[in-house]
Design a protein. Structure first.
Length: 192
């Protein structure tokens, strides 16, 4: 059995939490999703559930970067690093589908980025949501990071830095066009 809970406030979490303590005959997976979406007080509220989970309930949390998870949650959890294909295809298939429909394919974008000079063009940027851009940039960053692990070069490091800067700008609610133009300018400059 698979449960998927979504809550934005601590009171929603408390209501949902009480329902989890009913007796379960079969093992049940509880998918709480991306911890980065939850506020700090809400993450702290999860500690009790993680310390004493209900019988036959297995909780799944994820984060794009482990540093965004409270250390108290990490200490009560078993951490698994999943291959990119599982993350992109299984954990967030709806977001993957949206991104594939609106943004250039990630692998083609990475190949374009690795060529010099390169830039990424996105049609109808107004129809792309901010979270879709973040997810797309995160995927690009993961592929570039894997390439850097195999072949560490200053050029790759600069491109990774450009992607991380774009993710940061995007999270600051700056204009999407500005985020992508800054990314493109950094890619072009890092190619020389």
């Amino acid at each position: 059995m698979l449960l998927n809970l979504d809550f934005n406030q601590k009171k929603d979490y408390k209501k949902s939490l009480l329902s989890l303590y009913e007796h379960r005959e079969k093992p049940t997976l509880l998918f709480l999703g991306d911890l980065e979406r939850y506020s700090l007080p809400l993450q702290e509220g999860m500690l009790r559930l993680l310390e004493e989970p209900p019988q036959n309930l297995h909780i799944i949390l994820f984060s794009q970067t482990q540093s965004n998870i409270l250390s108290t949650i990490t200490s009560r959890s078993r951490v698994h690093t999943l291959p990119l294909e599982y993350i992109f295809q299984i954990i967030d298939p709806l977001m993957l589908q949206k991104v594939q429909n609106k943004l250039p394919p990630v692998k083609e974008s990475v190949v374009s980025i690795l060529k010099s000079p390169s830039s990424i063009l996105i049609d109808n940027i107004n129809k792309v949501e901010r979270e879709e851009i973040t997810f797309w940039l995160w995927q690009i960053n993961e592929y570039l990071s894997q390439a850097y692990t195999k072949n560490p070069t200053k050029r790759l490091a600069t491109k990774i830095h450009a992607v991380l800067q774009a993710i940061n700008y995007n999270s600051q609610n700056l204009q999407k066009k500005f985020v992508l133009e800054t990314l493109n300018q950094n890619f072009i400059l890092s190619s020389y």
